[in-house]
Design a protein around this ligand. Structure first.
Ligand SMILES: Cc1ncc(COP(=O)(O)O)c(C=O)c1O
Length: 380
């Protein structure tokens, strides 16, 4: 019998899914809501105006509670890239201004900014000493033209955690905007944006937030959001379908609708957003602190068992510095592809990244599953 959080998810066909850094599974309550959304669309009279407008509002409220910000400040997206493009294209950056990025960061954090070079905005890559930029490296790296630093909270290719509080304070002192990609962290680590020195946070919904693919969010500190120069005037953020009844063609484009103005188009996207809202509400009911504690115990159990199984952990020695992305390698790194296949054949799914292996457990995994993965590793 499954216990704890695991009982709220499917049975994974008996496999051990240690790849949440790639895709997080839907909890059962969210899968039920997805089925309900299919019923709405199968019988469109079910798609009432109330349901149509409740879908984005419910999601916005769940995300606001998750991030510690008012719901009205949350921008609904379909990816991390959506929010990143909004910032890269909308922030008032001029020729001669500079954006700092980390060498080797996830491409979603790099490409939208390098696209600005054509208009004279400089992009400079900082090479981290050890896979993730430390506060002193950021302090040293900031130059007179630096306007923005963009960084992952948890690095997809090493699992290293950015010290966002310390880095954010440095950025603030130096007048640099700090943009954080929380895709590999939010849902597995608590955050309170009302207290953090972060200027913008964005991420995907389909990993640690256990939502469908094609979901994402973006929060931009309201005073920064107001400086965006970005022509986005989506009619459904300004009015409702009911406003069309009179056929007056009334344009309410100048109404201040807050962050909603920048929502991705199609916010009543009930298949994805209704389902995702249910996932986030589920995570909130469990408590992100409790989930983080559970995840940490799984990570430590896995790291502690690697040596005996004949492998080398690449995770930080101090458990407090670890994330839920655990990189590890066979003593002979050339054998990592073989290890991956060996695990897969034994019903254990990890990922191959940057020449190493990556195990990424989340709340639905159990200590017994970690032991099964270690046993499978040892049996090669
Ligand atoms: C840090 C990070 N950002 C973004 C993504 C992908 O998101 P998108 O396709 O929305 O940019 C991933 C992984 O897929 C990731 O690890």
């Amino acid at each position: 019998m499954t216990e704890g959080f695991a009982a709220d998810f499917g049975d994974f066909d008996g496999r051990v899914w240690l790849n949440c850094a790639h895709q997080g599974p839907l909890p059962t309550v969210a899968a039920d809501e997805a089925r309900e959304a299919v019923v709405w669309k199968t019988s469109p009279h079910e798609l009432t105006t109330e349901r149509f407008s409740a879908v984005p509002q419910r999601l916005r409220e769940a995300l606001g509670a998750l991030l510690g910000v008012p719901a009205d400040d949350v921008i609904l997206g379909n990816s991390a890239s959506y929010g990143m493009h909004l910032l890269a294209n909308g922030l008032p950056l001029e020729a001669g201004d500079e954006v700092l990025l980390m060498q080797g960061d996830f491409p979603s954090n790099l490409l939208p900014w390098t696209g600005l070079e054509a208009r004279g905005v400089g992009v400079r890559f900082l090479e981290p000493r050890d896979r993730m930029l430390q506060p002193d490296e950021v302090a040293q790296g900031i130059g007179p033209a630096t306007r923005v630093l963009c960084l992952s909270w948890v690095h997809s290719f090493s699992g290293r955690v950015a010290q966002i509080e310390a880095i954010g304070r440095i950025c603030r002192e130096r007048g640099v905007r700090f943009v954080v990609n929380g895709s590999q962290a939010v849902g597995a680590r608590p955050i309170d944006l009302s207290r953090s020195p972060v200027d913008a946070l964005l991420g995907v919904g389909f990993k640690w937030l256990c939502g469908p693919y094609g979901t994402g969010y973006c929060w931009i500190r309201p005073e920064l959001r107001e400086t965006l120069r970005y022509n986005q005037r989506y009619w459904l953020s300004m009015q409702t379908a009911d406003d069309l009844k009179g056929g007056s063609g009334k344009l309410e484009a100048d109404r201040d609708v807050g962050a909603r103005r920048y929502d991705v188009f199609g916010t009543a996207n009930f298949f994805n957003f209704k389902t995702w809202a249910a996932s986030i509400e589920y995570l909130l009911r469990q408590g992100i602190d409790r989930i983080a504690e559970h995840d940490r115990a799984l990570v430590d159990r896995f790291v502690d068992g690697l040596d005996a199984a004949g492998y080398r952990s690449l995770a930080p020695r101090d458990p407090a510095d670890r994330s839920t992305l655990v990189f590890f390698t066979n003593r002979d790194p050339q054998r990592n592809a073989e290890v991956y296949e060996h695990l897969r054949a034994r019903g254990v799914d990890v990922a191959q990244r940057a020449g190493s292996l990556r195990a990424a457990p989340h709340l639905y995994n159990t200590p017994a599953q970690i032991d099964r993965a270690l046993k499978a590793l040892a049996s090669l």
